[in-house]
Write a protein that binds this ligand. Structure first.
Ligand code: VG1
Ligand code: CO
Length: 548
């Protein structure tokens, strides 16, 4: 108490423009005096104008625990108090996974939340930091809002904070006062764990583990450790040690907490070895991504979405209430085939979870997913790593089949969509932009692409069927008459150079052909893509840095 609200004069920083998922920059950028304050005040200014933030409002704050998380939270709390917020819920020790933050915003009826995360980007003093705003529905702010934050950040001249405010003790649950604002430190896991209890056949999964089912969950030294331990080991009875790398570290143990075959290599190797457990899974820095593996088999995220949709009736929280599915444009069309068979709506949105929000709110999508190891549903408004793991466990328990059996059965029913993403990380940003411009200028319709004619070639744009908002320039699509596709876009989450992403897919209806390696099945398309893009000439190498 007795803390004085002060206005601090500041000057605008260039480039405070949120990308695919919030503002992500090097930690050193965020550590500059006024940098974080400017952005947070810009967010609050926009929200106050819209009646969604400031006086009397409730904010949720938490992050993935990476380096600078705690300092950032203290700064944010002081700005929130000085801007008139009535209450802030904060995860203990500043921790909230991204899906848990969404769950808390919704469950505690907050007006929004600030989530501190750069997801799977490396952490530590030389790593990345990030911040994003989620709206009252629990989802990432839509583009109209993030554009407004950016515009405001370009003209900001002052921010409001508390002078002489104490550092809030984030280590203990409970209430304290910060200026006129009440801070409530909450258990970061509890709300989320009870939501999971309400969705899945927990007893069915418990008996699976009781009967000797084995699993390895790699939390990658990131935020899901405490969530996975509580849910998998304590509530579901998975053997102690099921969760590995389960203590969140500020630098993620020096690793790259991205659950794919490259960065979660230890888990992938284990699952392909003779000592593989029945089931393997991993999650990313902020807990919204998932990787699913069976003994000796990797489940492509696009297939994972399709399998979960096809089996949704086996999961109590979804039985009989599937209305639609949605996937990001570069995600394979495996789920479209399930939707077509069941008569559900099927939506194709731009990359980034923010585009699913309106569809989920309107009840027009129940499950959604992205090829980038993101799967989720209308239970929150973020993709949700552990949710996907529990959904798979539920399906495995209900069907009493291995992951491999479930996958091959699915392909036998719906056909298999061979799919792969090739990333070229750290390429020259100017050259990458020039490549996209070049692709935009082409019209390939009618031309041959690796043995079949192109029927569609455009730069994807999207009209939201719920609110009519539009997004253009979302990725180059080259689609053949047989449905095979190449999609090319640039990453919007990196902090250095550019990352070029190539997405390839081809449909194979014949079950006799379902056992191929994806890279081999796509080899012709991959070759044609590299040639069309002149990767070697433009970037010096045509070999991707990451293949998923
Ligand atoms: C990537 C993925 C995208 C995902 C986004 C945020 O974006 O491709 O599907 O929604 O990351 O995920 P981009 O623009 O780099 O391709 V996370 O787990 O980093 O919050
Ligand atoms: Co993430």
């Amino acid at each position: 108490m007795g803390n004085r609200i002060v206005e601090v004069t500041t000057t605008a920083f260039e480039g405070q423009k949120p990308g695919t998922s919030g503002l992500r920059k090097k930690v050193t950028v965020f550590q500059q005096p006024h940098y974080l304050e400017n952005f947070v005040q810009s967010v609050f200014d926009v929200l106050v104008d819209r009646g969604e933030g400031g006086p009397g409002k409730v904010l949720v704050v938490g992050g993935d625990g990476r380096f600078f998380n705690r300092e950032a939270i203290q700064i944010i709390l002081r700005l929130a108090a000085a801007n008139g917020y009535a209450k802030a819920f904060v995860g203990r020790d500043g921790i909230l996974s991204t899906p848990a933050a969404s769950c808390v915003i919704r469950g505690r009826k907050a007006d929004g939340g600030l989530i501190l995360s750069a997801s799977h980007n490396p952490g530590g003093p030389r790593g990345d930091f990030g911040i994003k705003y989620n709206i009252a529905a629990g989802g990432p702010a839509p583009e109209a809002l993030t554009n407004a934050f950016h515009a405001r950040s370009e003209t900001i001249a002052r921010y409001r904070t508390l002078e002489g405010a104490p550092v809030v003790d984030l280590g203990r649950d409970g209430l304290s006062a910060l200026g006129g604002m009440t801070v409530e430190v909450i258990d970061p896991v509890a709300d989320y764990a009870s939501l999971m209890d309400s969705l899945f056949d927990m007893e069915g999964i418990r008996s699976l583990f009781r009967d000797g089912f084995t699993m390895s969950f790699d939390a990658m030294h990131a935020v899901t450790g405490p969530y996975a331990r509580e849910i998998l080991e304590r509530r579901l009875g998975a053997a102690p040690g099921t969760v590995v790398n389960g203590v969140p570290l500020e630098d993620f143990g020096g690793g790259h907490p991205d659950p794919n075959l490259t960065y979660a290599k230890d888990l992938a190797d284990l699952m392909m070895s003779d000592s593989a457990p029945d089931f393997g899974a991993a999650s990313d820095g902020d807990g919204d991504r998932n990787m699913i593996l069976g003994r000796g088999i990797f489940v492509n995220p696009s297939d994972s979405l399709a399998v979960l949709a096809a089996n949704a009736d086996l999961i109590p929280g979804y039985r009989g209430r599937m209305t639609g599915v949605a996937r990001s444009m570069p995600t394979s069309r495996a789920v479209d085939r399930v939707a077509a068979k069941r008569g559900w709506e099927c939506h194709e949105t731009p990359t980034g979870w923010k585009f699913f929000g309106t569809l989920l709110d309107a009840g027009r999508a129940t499950l959604c997913g992205e090829e980038s190891f993101g799967t989720g549903s209308d239970h929150v408004r973020e993709k949700d790593g552990l949710w996907a793991v529990l959904a798979w466990l539920n399906v495995i328990a209900a069907r009493a089949q291995t992951v491999e059996r479930i996958l091959f059965d699915h392909w036998a029913n719906y056909g298999r969509t061979y799919y792969s993403r090739h990333d070229h990380e750290g390429v020259d940003a100017g050259k990458a932009a020039a490549l996209i411009d070049h692709l935009r200028s082409l019209d390939l319709v009618g031309m041959d692409f690796a043995g079949a004619a192109v029927v569609l070639n455009d730069d994807f744009s999207y009209v939201d069927p719920v609110d009519g908002s539009t997004a253009s320039g979302q990725g180059i699509r080259i689609e053949r008459e047989d449905g095979a596709r190449l999609v090319v876009r640039l990453s919007g989450t990196g902090t250095e150079g550019a990352t070029l992403r190539l997405y390839l897919e081809r449909y194979e209806p014949d079950p006799a052909m379902h056992g191929q390696d994806a890279q081999e099945a796509l080899a012709d398309l991959i070759r044609a893509a590299r040639d069309l893009l002149s990767l070697k000439e433009r970037f010096g190498s045509e070999t991707p840095t990451v293949i998923t």
